[in-house]
Design a binder for this molecule. Structure first.
Ligand code: ZN
Ligand code: FE
Length: 256
């Protein structure tokens, strides 16, 4: 394993991802919601933070930037399309940019929709995706600053990555996402089995993230908006997946 990845719970339901590339010793953190759990995890391991990677500007993703940069002098990397809203940003990146991380490399994908400048970091050789609030386990982010065609296009780009890619999203929302997913895709047997597994995991107090992208492709309704059976089940035109996606996202916004 060439990229060590640690999940740090933060705030009410955020996950901050601590990364270390062992050959170089480079240490980074994705979307530090809060400096405290990051500081504690670094101290416990005797590590220094060299880089913050931000997916988007929301406070529950950049809340630790200033304090961690003051303490460690680390570099802050974030979306070029939203650089004015990323506290302490040093390096602004956009679609297709490659970011060396020790001996590893991340490819940046622009995935607007949740916010207008949202990026995902894909580490192909480590088979790891850090996608902030764009794609969640069994769900996707709300469209605060984007349109359904834009968000659908962003999710379709993430879906094009290999099945073995592990999806490291920024929130533990899976159990409530599963309830909605079953509501709109009740005929999906693999989804039903996954939802039961998620319930059992949560009952044991376990995290449900990360999840394999292949599993998301088969069970996450927001990645299935171009499945003709799902469209027809809701009386929608299978030829317009962005509209199906928009219907699903709007339904989720109103769901219970
Ligand atoms: Zn957000
Ligand atoms: Fe968030």
């Amino acid at each position: 394993m060439a990229l060590e990845i640690f999940r740090l719970p933060a705030l009410a339901d955020n996950y901050v991802w601590l990364l270390r590339e062992p050959r170089s010793g480079m240490v980074g953190v994705v979307d530090p919601a809060d400096p405290a759990p990051v500081r504690a995890a670094l101290a416990a391991r005797g590590w220094r933070l060299s880089r913050i990677l931000n997916t988007h500007h929301h406070a529950d993703h950049v809340g630790g930037n200033r304090a961690l940069k003051d303490e460690f002098g680390c570099e802050v990397v974030g979306p070029r399309a939203d650089s004015a809203r990323i506290p302490g940003i040093d390096l602004a990146l956009g679609d297709g940019d490659r970011l060396a991380f020790g001996e590893e490399e991340a490819v940046v994908l622009d995935v607007p929709g949740h916010t207008r400048g949202h990026v995902a970091f894909h580490f192909p050789s480590a088979r790891a995706l850090f996608c902030g609030d764009t794609l969640f386990a069994l769900g996707c982010g709300r469209m605060f600053e984007g349109t359904a065609p834009q968000m659908w296009a962003s999710l379709a780009r993430l879906r094009a990555l290999p099945d073995e890619t592990m999806v490291h999203c920024a929130h533990e929302y899976t159990q409530s996402n599963a309830r909605f997913a079953l509501h709109v895709d009740g005929a999906n047997a693999e989804l039903a089995a996954r939802a039961a597994f998620v319930d059992a995991q949560r009952a044991r107090g376990e995290a449900t993230v990360p999840s394999p992208l292949g599993l998301e492709k088969r069970t996450n309704p927001f990645l299935r908006a171009d499945d003709p059976a799902l469209a027809r089940a809701h009386g929608l035109d299978p030829a317009d997946p962005a509209a199906v996606f928009g219907f699903l996202r709007a339904s989720k916004d109103k769901f219970r």
